[in-house]
Design a protein around this ligand. Structure first.
Ligand SMILES: Nc1nc2c(c(=O)[nH]1)N[C@H]1C(S)=C(S)[C@@H](COP(=O)(O)OP(=O)(O)OC[C@H]3O[C@@H](n4cnc5c(=O)[nH]c(N)nc54)[C@H](O)[C@@H]3O)O[C@H]1N2
Ligand SMILES: Nc1nc2c(c(=O)[nH]1)N[C@H]1C(S)=C(S)[C@@H](COP(=O)(O)OP(=O)(O)OC[C@H]3O[C@@H](n4cnc5c(=O)[nH]c(N)nc54)[C@H](O)[C@@H]3O)O[C@H]1N2
Ligand code: SF4
Ligand SMILES: [Mo]
Length: 678
C-alpha cells in the first residue's frame, strides 16, 4: 500500500519549515522534503529531521490523570472536566476572576490560542499570557512604540538581498538553522556580516566582524553606532524628514556615546565600532537580526528601541534587503501573540485597557462583561501565586516549573495554588505539580494554522490519530468551556479560523482555502489581498504616519558580579535541544548528541579555578546551585560562563529581575560562582 503525504509545519522553531509526513495504515512512517517551500526549500535541521521520534513515544500522556497521594489515578474525560469546572469554578466564586491565571501555548495553533484566551476572558479573567513574555515581550513594546508594529519587517528569504547583515544577540546558526542559509546566500553575493555576542558561536563563524561584547552592554554599543553615524553625517536625511519624528532628541542623547566611551563599557575596540557604523549606514540595504541576547534583559525594551533608532537613522526599512528582524522563537509564538494570548492585548493587538476593545469583542463574541485592563504577565502570575492572590491556574503547553527564572520559587508558587490543571503531551516538571493532567494531541495529530517568525500563516494538516484518549487542545478547550457554561461549539479548526477572519483585521483574508500550499503573510485584511511580506513600505501606522525615535540610555544589568559571585552566567540554547527539553530530550537521536547539562568556561578562567574539561562543577548563585559538566573553550569572554536551559536545572540559578515595562526576566545576566566537585 502506498503511503499518503500529509503537508505539515515543523513544531519546533519559528522558522516555519514545511515538510510532508508519509503516512501508511495510520502510522507516520517518515519525512518527505518539500523543495518548493519558500523558506526552507526542502531543508530541515537536526530537530526537524528527528521530529517524528516523539510521536509514539512511550512517555506520551494517554489518559487524563488526577493526583492521588504521591501518585496518579487515571480518570475519564468526564471526571476530569468535572474536576476542572469545580477547581476553576470555586476560585471564581470565592476569590473572583482575578484569582485565576491562564498560560497559553506557543506550541499550539492559532485557533487553539484564540479559543484559550477567549475562554479566560469569557469567564471575566484578565490573566492570560504565554511564553512570549519570556521571549519577545520587549519587541512587542519597543517596536510598537517606535515602528508601530512588532513583527519581523521583511521575509526570511529577503535576507539574501541584504548587503550588510548585523546579527546582535542571536545564535541563528543553532537556533534558526534553516534561516542561516539565507545569510550564507547573502554572503556569497558579497554581503558583510557583523555579529555581536559575548560568546563565539556557530553564528559567529559567518561573521566578517565579530564583537565579543560584555553581556548587557548592547544599548551602549547601539548608541555608539548611532553616535558615529550622526557625527559622520551618514544619516539618511530625506528619510528622517519624511518618515520620522524625534530626531533632534536622539541627536542630543547620542552625544555622550563616543566610540572611546562605548569601548570602555562594551569591551569592543573603538575603531571596530566606527567601521561597523560606516558599513551599516553606507550599504544600499542593511538588515538587523536580533533575538534573546537583546530581549532577555532588564533593559530589553531599551535594547529593542536602540535597534529601531539605528534602522530609522539610516532609513534601512521598508525596502528589499533592509529591516528589523526580531527572530521569534517557538513555532507559533507570533501567532499566540496575534491571537491575544498576552496580558495586555485582545486578539489583533487590541489594547486590553481600551473600552473600545471590550465593546468590539463583546459584540463579536455575543458576551457581556468582558474584563477591561491588563492582566498579570506570566512572570507576575508566579509572584501572585506565591502571595496567595492567584488561587488556580490552567496551563496549556508550557513548562514554567522549568522555564521561569528561579524555578524553585516558581515550583513553590505553583504548589501553593488551590487548583492547577496542566495540559501537555508529556509529564513535565510543571505537570507533576498539577491536580489534574490532560493528555493533548501534538501538532501532527490535529489540524490548525501556525504563524512563523516572518508572519507567514501556514496550515498544518492532521496526519495521524493521537495516542490513547488524548484530544486536540482545541477539543479540550471547547469541552472545558462547555462545562463552565459557555457555548464553544466549534466543530473544527476551520470554523475557529473563520471567526478569527471576522475579528482579527490582520487575518481578515487568511481563510482556510487560501492557505494551501505555503500560506499567506499577514497583514492580509481581505480575501483578495495578497498578504504583506514587507512592512512599512508605505510609511508607519503611528501618529501622522511617522515612526518615532525613542532615545535610550545605557544602564548596567540588574545583578552585578561581586567577590562572592564573580562570574556572569548567561543562558541559552544548543542546536539539538528545544527549550525545557520535554520533546528533544525524549528524542533518542538528539539526546545522544547532547546528553547532559554543561557549563562553557573560558580556558584561562578554568585554569585559575583548577577545572579541567569534563570535570563536574557546582554552579551557585544567590538563588541556589546546580551541577554541570565543564566544557572549556577559548570562545567565551573571560568572566562569563554559559549554560543551556534544556535540562530543567539551569533556572535554579537565574535572576528574577525583570524589565519594568515588558516584564521579561533577565535570563542573560546572573552573578554566579563556580567550584570544582571532588
Ligand atoms: N536549537 C534550538 N532552537 C531554538 C530553541 C531552542 O531551545 N533550541 N528555542 C526557540 C526559542 S523559544 C527562541 S526564543 C529562539 C532563541 O534564539 P536565540 O536568541 O538565538 O537563543 P539564545 O541561545 O537564548 O541567545 C542568543 C545569543 O545571545 C547571546 N547573548 C547573551 N547575552 C547577550 C548580550 O548581552 N548581548 C548580546 N548581543 N548577545 C547576548 C548568547 O550568547 C546567544 O548566542 O530559539 C528558538 N529556536
Ligand atoms: N534560563 C533561561 N530560561 C529561559 C530562556 C532562556 O534563554 N534561558 N528562554 C525563555 C524562552 S525564550 C522561552 S520561549 C521559554 C519557553 O518556555 P516554555 O514554553 O515553558 O517551554 P517549552 O519547553 O517550550 O514548553 C512547551 C511545552 O509544550 C508541550 N507541547 C508541545 N506540543 C504541544 C501541543 O500541541 N499541545 C500541548 N498542550 N502541549 C504541547 C511540550 O511538551 C512542552 O512541555 O523559556 C524561557 N526560559
Ligand atoms: S529550522 Fe526550526 S522549523 Fe526548521 S526544521 Fe529546524 S527546528 Fe524545525
Ligand atoms: Mo522563546
Amino acid at each position: 500500500m502506498a503511503s499518503v503525504l500529509v503537508p505539515t509545519v515543523c513544531p519546533y522553531c519559528a522558522a516555519g519549515c514545511g515538510f510532508f509526513i508519509a503516512v501508511q495504515k495510520g502510522r507516520a512512517l517518515g519525512i518527505e522534503y518539500m523543495p518548493d517551500h519558500p523558506v526552507n526549500e526542502g531543508a530541515l535541521c537536526s530537530k526537524g529531521n528527528a521530529v517524528l521520534e516523539i510521536l509514539d513515544h512511550p512517555d506520551r500522556l494517554r489518559t487524563p490523570l488526577r493526583r492521588k497521594g504521591d501518585g496518579w489515578e487515571r480518570i475519564s474525560w468526564d471526571e476530569a472536566l468535572d474536576l476542572i469546572a469545580k477547581g476553576l469554578g470555586s476560585a471564581l466564586k470565592r476569590c473572583g476572576p482575578d484569582s485565576i491565571g491562564f498560560l497559553s501555548s506557543s506550541k499550539c495553533s492559532n485557533e487553539e490560542n484564540y479559543l484559550f484566551q477567549k475562554l479566560a476572558r469569557s469567564i471575566g479573567c484578565r490573566n492570560v499570557d504565554s511564553c512570549a513574555r519570556l521571549c519577545h515581550a520587549p519587541s512587542v513594546v519597543g517596536l510598537n512604540r517606535t515602528l508601530g508594529a512588532a513583527g519581523m519587517t521583511n521575509p526570511i528569504s529577503d535576507i539574501a538581498n541584504s548587503k550588510c547583515i548585523f546579527i546582535i544577540g542571536s545564535n541563528l546558526a543553532e537556533n534558526h538553522p534553516v534561516l542561516s542559509r539565507w545569510v550564507h546566500r547573502a554572503r556569497d553575493a558579497g554581503a558583510t556580516v557583523i555579529v555581536a555576542d559575548p560568546r563565539r558561536t556557530h553564528t559567529t563563524w559567518m561573521a566578517d566582524t565579530f564583537f565579543p561584547l560584555k553581556p548587557g552592554t548592547d544599548v551602549a554599543l547601539l548608541n555608539g553606532l548611532a553616535h558615529v553615524i550622526i557625527k559622520e553625517g551618514l544619516v539618511n536625511r530625506s528619510y528622517i524628514e519624511e518618515h520620522t519624528r524625534g530626531f533632534e532628541d536622539l541627536v542630543a542623547a547620542m552625544v555622550e556615546y563616543t566610540p572611546e566611551r562605548v569601548a570602555d563599557v562594551t569591551g569592543i575596540p573603538a575603531g571596530d565600532i566606527v567601521r561597523a557604523a560606516r558599513s551599516y549606514a553606507k550599504s544600499p540595504a542593511s538588515v538587523i537580526l536580533y533575538s534573546m541576547g537583546i530581549t532577555q534583559h532588564t533593559t530589553g525594551t531599551d535594547n529593542v528601541q536602540a535597534i529601531a533608532n539605528l534602522a530609522l537613522l539610516c532609513g534601512q526599512l521598508g525596502r528589499k534587503g533592509t529591516g528589523v528582524m526580531p527572530l521569534r522563537g517557538q513555532n507559533n509564538v507570533q501567532g499566540a501573540c496575534d491571537m491575544g494570548a498576552l496580558a495586555e492585548f485582545y486578539p489583533g493587538y487590541k489594547k486590553a485597557d481600551d473600552p473600545e476593545t471590550i465593546r468590539l469583542f463583546e459584540a463579536g463574541w455575543g458576551i457581556e462583561g468582558l474584563p477591561l485592563g491588563k492582566g498579570f504577565a506570566a512572570t507576575e502570575m508566579i509572584e501572585k501565586a506565591a502571595e496567595g492572590r492567584l488561587r488556580a491556574m490552567y496551563i496549556m503547553g508550557e513548562d514554567p516549573a522549568s522555564s521561569e527564572p528561579c524555578s524553585q520559587n516558581a515550583q513553590t508558587a505553583l504548589k501553593a495554588l488551590d487548583f492547577l490543571v496542566v495540559q501537555d503531551i508529556f509529564m513535565t516538571p510543571t505537570a507533576k505539580l498539577a491536580d489534574v493532567v490532560l493528555p493533548a494531541a501534538v501538532w501532527a495529530e490535529k489540524d490548525g494554522s501556525y504563524t512563523s517568525t516572518e508572519r507567514r500563516v501556514q496550515w498544518s494538516s492532521k496526519a495521524i490519530e493521537p495516542p490513547g484518549s488524548a484530544l486536540s487542545d482545541l477539543d479540550i478547550i471547547c469541552r472545558v468551556a462547555g462545562r463552565m457554561g459557555l457555548d464553544f461549539s466549534y466543530p473544527d479548526a476551520e470554523s475557529v479560523l473563520a471567526e478569527i477572519n471576522r475579528l482579527v483585521p490582520q487575518y481578515g483574508g487568511i481563510t482556510r482555502e487560501r492557505l494551501d500550499p505555503h500560506g499567506l503573510v499577514w497583514p492580509c485584511p481581505d480575501s483578495c489581498h495578497p498578504g504583506t511580506p514587507i512592512l512599512h513600505a508605505g510609511g508607519f501606522k503611528l501618529d501622522g504616519g511617522r515612526a518615532a525615535f525613542v532615545p535610550v540610555r545605557y544602564r548596567p544589568p540588574a545583578e552585578p558580579i561581586s567577590s562572592e559571585y564573580p562570574f556572569i552566567l548567561t543562558t541559552g540554547r544548543v542546536t539539538v535541544h528545544h527549550n525545557a527539553g520535554s520533546m528533544t530530550r525524549r528524542s533518542p537521536s538528539l539526546q545522544k548528541r547532547e546528553p547532559d547539562l554543561f557549563l562553557e568556561v573560558n580556558l584561562k578562567d578554568a585554569q585559575e579555578l583548577d577545572v579541567a574539561d569534563g570535570d563536574e562543577v557546582t554552579v551557585a548563585s544567590d538563588r541556589g546551585e546546580t551541577v554541570a559538566v565543564a566544557r572549556l573553550t577559548d570562545g567565551m569572554k573571560r568572566g562569563v560562563v554559559f549554560m543551556p536551559f534544556h535540562f530543567s536545572r539551569t533556572n535554579i540559578l537565574t535572576s528574577e529581575f525583570t524589565d519594568d515595562e515588558a516584564r521579561i526576566p533577565e535570563f542573560k545576566v546572573s552573578a554566579c560562582k563556580i567550584t570544582k566537585r571532588d
